[in-house]
Design a protein around this ligand. Structure first.
Ligand code: UGA
Length: 345
């Protein structure tokens, strides 16, 4: 099988490509604007990488959609601070550029595996979000945070419609706060404040000895999913035994790993302090509260809780998440300790 992964250097892309190369005989064709996370892939004869931007290299992409069996367009901006600061950039990349790829899959009759998002459920009040039943609830237009969710939702609907009217073979998957090695880069640049996802934001603060900031008190909850669990599920979705997964949507999340953002902060701080490389530090990050308006800007609105139902993934794919939250956080933190200079006093 030949798989085209656009955004192969991203958090999901690099882990998926590495696993494919390790465990299957499939070939991976990948494009990305960077290649710093591909150490486990480069050099493998079944890995074909081109450095490039999907909005420029259209011919390369069309040629490879034609050549491959499965197409995974993983290029997207996925950080809430950017939804608020640069909503048009999010729309252009996450919606418009990806729509082109969707249309190429229709043109060449290729199977599309598209990353939807847990964010499409928005402020849905269901205890567990169900792929085929739950309502998708977004805030007012002036709250720019929802442009990502709305862009992804519209693409989900367009893909669904292409399946319905033009027989496009597709599977949509919705990651729920996946975490793990290579999530986001740690940054000390104040310009990039809030520009990574919460786990890496907190780890950055711990490394720098700066305060960990809980937005609006940190009582909002998320279900954190370890990357290896997510990748196990994606591999099975790519395999698609008997074509059973065509036309289906799957939540890929860990309902057992629910925590408030405040709990997350205290857990990460405790794990950081216990780590051997931080043992002699005579400083530690304070945990403070900040207002979302100051942290993200006026156009931000939060999601107070989101728990995935993973019953469908269990029934149709035979997949269940295994890694508990403490283990997931330990492994994630260990990666950042291994790949960054030792924090200094
Ligand atoms: C994320 C992003 O939209 C996407 O990466 C993705 O589609 C989706 O979730 C997912 O992975 O399922 P969200 O969970 O809101 O959305 O993003 P985070 O930046 O990880 O923030 C989680 C929570 O922590 C939010 O309530 C945020 O306000 C809070 N937070 C974040 C803090 O309290 N402090 C910080 O420094 C950063």
């Amino acid at each position: 099988m030949k798989i085209l992964i656009l955004g192969v250097n991203g958090f999901i892309g690099n882990a998926l490509a590495a696993r494919i190369l390790r465990d299957t005989d499939w070939e991976v064709f990948g494009m990305d604007i960077r290649e710093d996370k591909l150490d486990l892939c480069q050099g493998n004869t079944r890995f074909h990488f081109v450095e490039g931007d999907i909005s420029i290299n259209r011919e390369w992409i069309e040629y490879h959609v034609k050549k491959c069996d499965v197409v995974m367009p993983l290029v997207a901006i996925a950080t809430p601070a950017t939804y608020v600061r640069e909503p048009l950039r999010v729309f252009n990349l996450d919606f418009e550029e990806n729509l082109n790829i969707v249309r190429l899959c229709v043109k060449y009759g290729k199977r599309l595996l598209f990353p939807s998002t847990s964010e499409v459920y928005g402020m849905c009040t269901d205890k567990e979000f169900n792929e085929d039943e739950s309502n998708l609830v977004l805030g007012p237009i002036r709250m720019q945070r929802w442009i990502y969710s709305a862009s992804k939702q519209l693409l989900d609907r367009v893909i669904w419609a292409y399946g319905f009217q033009k027989n496009l073979k597709f599977t949509l998957f919705r990651p729920f706060n996946w975490i793990g090695p290579k999530l986001d880069e740690l940054t000390s640049d104040p310009e990039k404040e809030g520009s990574s996802r919460v786990v890496t934001q907190f780890i950055s603060s711990l490394f720098l000895g700066e305060p960990i900031r809980l937005v609006d008190g940190g009582l909002q909850r998320r279900c954190f999913t370890y990357i290896d669990d997510g990748i196990d599920c994606l591999i099975k979705i790519i395999e698609n035994k008997d074509g059973r997964l065509n036309g289906e949507i799957f939540n890929i999340g860990n309902p057992n790993n629910e925590a408030t953002i405040k709990d997350l902060a205290y857990k990460l701080k405790a794990l950081f302090v216990e780590h051997s490389s931080a043992k002699n530090l005579n400083r530690s990050s304070e945990i403070i509260e900040v207002y979302s308006k100051e942290f993200y800007g006026e156009g931000y609105q939060d999601i107070n809780f989101r728990v995935p139902s993973v019953k469908k993934a269990k029934d149709l794919i035979g997949w269940e998440p295994k890694v508990d939250l403490d283990t997931a956080l330990k492994k994630t933190l260990a990666y950042y300790f291994d790949s960054n200079p030792k924090p200094e006093c």
